[in-house]
Design a protein around this ligand. Structure first.
Ligand SMILES: C[S@@+](CC[C@H](N)C(=O)[O-])C[C@H]1O[C@@H](n2cnc3c(N)ncnc32)[C@H](O)[C@@H]1O
Length: 188
């Protein structure tokens, strides 16, 4: 049954673009030990990498991006690895999300925040829709990662450090530097 395929098979089926950093994303989410019943929101659907990895891990995922910025076809890869039914798409902008207060246990964003115009506002919105003790996990490219992208796309936005945009209790934000990405986790 395809929906039970592991990450290694998905990487082979979906290719290098999907595979790059997929292990780091998987390991980071796994380390948080959320049950598969957790309410999960993914911001900035893009090619669907983040939502597909969450779905492969067994989560049901709500994901979205602005309707004026529909980025890529995430449905075909989700279909190919058998997880499309676990992913529900709804257009929204991170700065003003159509969700009630205290709705989600976990919010994720892979390579999304450096594309968001008002990062402060987006973080505030995440804190509003997260449940108490819920976590916002933001993956962003570091200098090495962004330089690789800029070599191909010189007009690509610069890297951002989420700590520059977070006004809450400094004890509630953690930071981990990996080879090409930084991982920021904010607990509400
Ligand atoms: C490089 S893609 C992210 C990759 C994607 N997270 C994945 O897992 O494949 C950047 C994403 O940011 C989204 N985006 C840009 N501005 C946004 C905003 N204000 N709110 C939410 N998403 C936004 C774009 O629509 C796009 O989906």
């Amino acid at each position: 049954m395809l929906s039970e395929m592991d990450l290694e098979q998905a990487k082979i089926i979906l290719g290098d673009e999907f595979a790059s950093h997929a292990d780091e994303i998987w390991e980071t989410i796994q380390s948080l030990h959320y049950p598969t019943t957790a309410r999960v929101l993914d911001i900035g659907t893009g090619e669907g990498k983040m939502a597909i990895i969450l779905a492969l891990m067994g989560y049901k995922v709500k994901t979205g991006e602005p309707s004026e910025d529909l980025w890529a076809d995430w449905r075909t890869p989700a279909q190919k690895v058998g997880v499309i039914k676990q992913i529900s798409f709804q257009p929204f902008g991170a700065e003003n999300m159509p969700f009630d207060n205290n709705s989600f246990d976990l919010i994720t964003a892979w390579a999304t925040f450096h594309h968001i115009a008002r990062v402060h506002k987006a973080i505030d919105e995440c804190m509003r829709v997260l449940k108490t003790n819920g976590k916002l996990v933001i993956f962003e490219f570091n200098k090495k990662g962004i330089d690789k992208i800029k070599a191909l796309y010189p007009n690509h936005p610069d890297l951002i450090d989420i700590r520059d945009y977070y006004n809450g209790n400094p004890d509630n934000i953690s930071f981990e530097a990996k080879e090409e990405i930084n991982v920021f986790i904010i607990q509400k």
